[in-house]
Design a protein around this ligand. Structure first.
Ligand SMILES: Cc1cc2nc3c(=O)[nH]c(=O)nc-3n(C[C@H](O)[C@H](O)[C@H](O)COP(=O)(O)OP(=O)(O)OC[C@H]3O[C@@H](n4cnc5c(N)ncnc54)[C@H](O)[C@@H]3O)c2cc1C
Length: 409
């Protein structure tokens, strides 16, 4: 084999999936993850369309089902928590709706993928690549811990603000497309009924404030939930390392709003998993430079609100591993073949994310909220052929090749 040793930066979804398949094809794989240990909690993700087949082929579907979030759908509520429009997961088939049939916490999926590969792959937690120099024969990598090592290939599967992309491709600003809003999430508690419905409360723009939505996503343990806040806004200036400042931004944006919002905000200071970020797409012209290649959100994030990012990462990892195996490790053939297979899926997913916009979560007027609720109420009565097919078609863009004959075990 031409290039046997592969360093993957990032143990989210794409990284461990790639590690799993590369090992099966006989590569020596190391994964470096900045977090000190596998994470817990966080948001739910969806496995849709072709990505379901990737999960099947990796044999992880029973574990994914066992860790199902229990989500049954999304309900838009009014100030008094009455459900004014609901979207059950059964309305859209397994892959078409806002919540897919295979819905799982991102951290649970990462854990399952890590467990499927950790006996055969070297995992380094609590470290990061800080320098990478590539030449004709390999890549010399330096880690934050001070160690230096040489690998044949380097994969950046380290998320929207990928370090590998910054080191090898250039600064973030070149690759991030702004979608005009912020998302915040954090763990909270709830006294609302524990029935698997994600509750969303939307307020229109007005009084100098933008359109915005707060949500409560139930967790599997009764009484626990994830609080979600969506806010249209021009880019704000704040310190990305200052979590308290970001909590104040969210609190100010939703201060004085009704429904469960005061109670959710009263728990924000206790949240150790607080997340706040600008919603962006990643657009990189060509996902490889020499021996380095990008995967998942680092290469082609569609938007955290699109519901397709996890499927892109799973399918991308399967295809990249398969093409490296098929090319016997020759990255000059494998990377373009990976790009050829993924390009249409990525383009369609990103276009879908842009055109479906914020899904009515940040409207300008009450009339828009009423229209959205009306549209949601009508959906179950429309023929299946018309409903949810956009997302389902996007999720099934790639027809998976069968690389099974290349596996060493
Ligand atoms: C708020 C939010 C909500 C979302 N909701 C959904 C949803 O409903 N459905 C859906 O399908 N998708 C959703 N997504 C998107 C989904 O989480 C991503 O598309 C998916 O996780 C991409 O996988 P990935 O492996 O490319 O990146 P990630 O899962 O982001 O993994 C990247 C990993 O790299 C690590 N890392 C970062 N920097 C370094 C470094 N320097 N060195 C080493 N490791 C590093 C990170 O710690 C992380 O573990 C959401 C995302 C967000 C942020």
């Amino acid at each position: 084999m031409k290039n046997r040793s592969v360093l993957i930066s990032g143990a989210g979804i794409g990284g461990p999936t790639l590690a799993y398949w590369l090992h099966r094809y006989g590569f020596d794989v190391t994964v470096v993850e900045r977090a000190p240990a596998p994470r817990t909690g966080g948001h739910a993700v969806d496995i849709r369309g072709t990505a379901r087949e990737v999960a099947e082929r990796a044999g992880i579907v029973p574990a994914v089902r066992a860790a199902h979030t229990g989500a049954r759908g999304m309900a838009f509520v009014d100030e008094r928590n009455r459900r004014v429009a609901t979207l059950g997961i059964d309305v859209f088939g397994d892959s078409g709706g806002p919540v897919a049939e295979l819905a799982i916490l991102r951290t649970d999926l990462a854990r399952i993928l890590h467990e499927a590969s950790r006996d055969d792959v070297e995992y380094i937690f609590g470290d990061s690549v800080v320098a990478a120099e590539q030449n004709d024969v390999g890549i010399q990598v330096r880690f934050e811990s001070g160690t230096a090592r040489r690998f044949d290939l380097l994969v950046g599967a380290d998320g929207v603000r990928s370090t590998v992309r910054r080191l090898v491709f250039g600064p973030d600003e070149r690759y991030l497309r702004d979608l005009g809003c912020y998302v915040s999430l954090f763990s909270t508690t709830t006294t609302l009924p524990h029935d698997g419905w994600q509750l969303m409360y939307t307020m229109p723009a007005g009084g100098g404030r933008p359109g915005r939505t707060a949500g409560i996503y139930p967790r599997t343990a009764p009484g626990t939930a994830l609080a979600a806040f969506f806010l249209r806004s021009a880019p704000l200036r704040y310190d990305r390392g200052d979590v308290d400042e970001q909590k104040r931004i969210v609190t100010r944006a939703f201060e004085g709003d009704g429904w469960e919002i005061p109670r959710l905000l009263s728990t924000i200071d206790d949240a150790s998993d607080f997340y706040f970020d600008r919603v962006v797409q990643v657009e990189v012209d060509g996902w490889s430079r020499g021996r380095t290649v990008l995967l998942g959100d680092a290469a082609y994030c569609a938007s955290p609100m699109s519901g397709i990012g996890t499927s892109l990462a799973l399918v991308g990892a399967y295809v990249l591993a398969g093409e490296l195996a098929a090319a016997d490790g020759d990255h000059t053939r494998a990377y373009p073949a990976y790009a050829r297979q993924m390009r249409e899926f990525v383009d369609r997913a990103q276009e879908f994310a842009r055109t479906s916009g914020d899904n009515g979560l940040m409207p300008d007027s009450r009339a828009q909220i009423r229209m959205r609720n009306l549209a949601v109420r009508v959906l179950p009565f429309l023929p299946r052929a018309l409903v949810g097919r956009g997302m389902e078609r996007v999720a099934n863009t790639v027809e998976l090749k069968d690389y099974a004959a290349l596996a060493h075990r």
